[in-house]
Ligand binder design. Structure first.
Ligand code: DGP
Length: 215
């Protein structure tokens, strides 16, 4: 069933967050298929988006081809979100649900794990669209590291991921939904689906869009 006649209904902004190798990317894919099968318009996004000019600079940094000052790379990650902000808003307003693999919370968690001030890290993210739902796939850094090992990218190291986990804990609030990422994948999928569909329906019923960290 295609719901194209419902273009006045807004889509939901659903963000999945978690440590490297927590299983986010595969859960995003499963959720995408489920929402699509329900007849709704849905797209999968991810940050960093390595396809833009800024994204290519980030990719080069993550693969250790470029060295950048910690503040500089933080601002590039943020710019990568800002360069897609207006497209994000128009997609949501035209009824497309967006499933987003990492968002501003990754920005703050990863940079503050390096020792940057949390409020400084949040500042450039303020005014981005606030997610309607944040699902955090919770796994210990040790368990995540056991999952087939890390690749070669800059942040894929146990000691650093421990600091990122602490930063995420500090950032999470009562609106986040925490899912145990060590459950069987099908169980995680079911929990994620239920949370996401509840959110999608709330947005269809008129939940307003809001801004992140905006006073
Ligand atoms: P991914 O494509 O999801 O594997 O992300 C690449 C790496 O970049 C991963 O280690 C997480 C990290 N990362 C994602 N977003 C941000 C961000 O906004 N700031 C920083 N510093 N790191 C990020």
């Amino acid at each position: 069933m295609e719901r194209s006649s419902h273009i006045d209904l807004r889509g939901a902004l659903i963000v999945l967050e978690g440590l490297d190798r927590c299983g986010k990317t595969s859960q995003c894919g499963r959720l995408h298929s489920y929402i699509k099968e329900s007849g709704r318009s849905v797209e999968s996004w991810r940050y960093p988006d390595r396809n833009t000019g800024v994204g290519q600079m980030i990719s080069s940094y993550l693969t250790n081809q470029t060295h950048l000052d910690d503040h500089t790379i933080h601002l590039l990650f943020s710019a990568n979100r800002w360069e897609k902000r207006s497209l994000m808003e128009s997609k949501l307003r035209s009824g497309t649900t967006l499933i987003v693999d990492r968002y501003a919370f990754s920005g703050v968690a990863f940079s503050s794990a390096k020792g940057l001030d949390v409020e400084w890290c949040k500042a450039p993210e303020a005014g981005l669209l606030a997610p309607d739902l944040v699902i955090y796939l919770d796994i210990s850094p040790e368990k995540a590291a056991e999952r087939g090992g890390y690749g070669v990218e800059r942040y894929e190291q146990l000691e650093f991921q421990k600091k990122v986990a602490d930063s995420y804990k500090m950032l999470s609030d009562s609106t986040w939904k925490i899912v145990d990422a060590t459950l069987p994948v099908e169980d995680i999928e079911k929990k994620v689906r239920d949370m996401a569909m509840e959110c999608v329906v709330m947005c269809e019923k008129g939940k307003p869009l809001s801004k992140l960290w905006h006073n």
